[in-house]
Design a protein around this ligand. Structure first.
Ligand code: ZN
Length: 137
């Protein structure tokens, strides 16, 4: 099969997918995967989470650690947290971060960028064009 046929085939397959399924390449935050080691917690799928959120590591870390109320650092591919944490707690912290710093307040899509203006931060949505000041919750 040459490349052209393959592409045609893909188009055909794509046409058969109902519209609502196409749209719901839905935004889902990966659940944390953790490992407890000598009373400390490692999030082992940090990069996957950050790739989904499409946010800067440093920005995420700053807020995440503050909310978790602990110290931590990136160690290789993992996030080290001082202390033992349950998955649900970490997932909730990440959800809260996502609501404030990733999802558009208007259309709820994750296609956003953080823009800084003086001391204020704005969430600019590239999907609907909304731009809203980020207020920490
Ligand atoms: Zn939007």
């Amino acid at each position: 099969m040459d490349l052209y046929d393959y592409k045609k085939l893909l188009d055909k397959v794509y046409e058969k997918i109902p519209e609502n399924v196409k749209q719901s390449a839905r935004f889902e935050i990966p659940k944390v995967e953790i490992r407890i080691e000598s009373k400390n917690t490692f999030i082992t799928n940090l990069n996957k989470i950050l790739n989904t959120l499409n946010r800067d590591k440093k920005h995420f870390m700053g807020i995440f650690l503050k909310k978790a109320g602990t110290m931590g650092e990136i160690r290789g591919q993992q996030l080290f947290l001082k202390g033992q944490y349950k998955e649900q707690v970490l997932n909730r912290l990440i959800e809260n971060y996502t609501k404030t710093y990733v999802l558009c307040n208007i259309c709820n899509k994750p296609d956003t960028q953080i823009q800084r203006e003086g001391k204020k931060y704005y969430l600019k949505c590239t999907a609907c064009g909304a731009r809203q000041e980020i207020k920490e919750k």
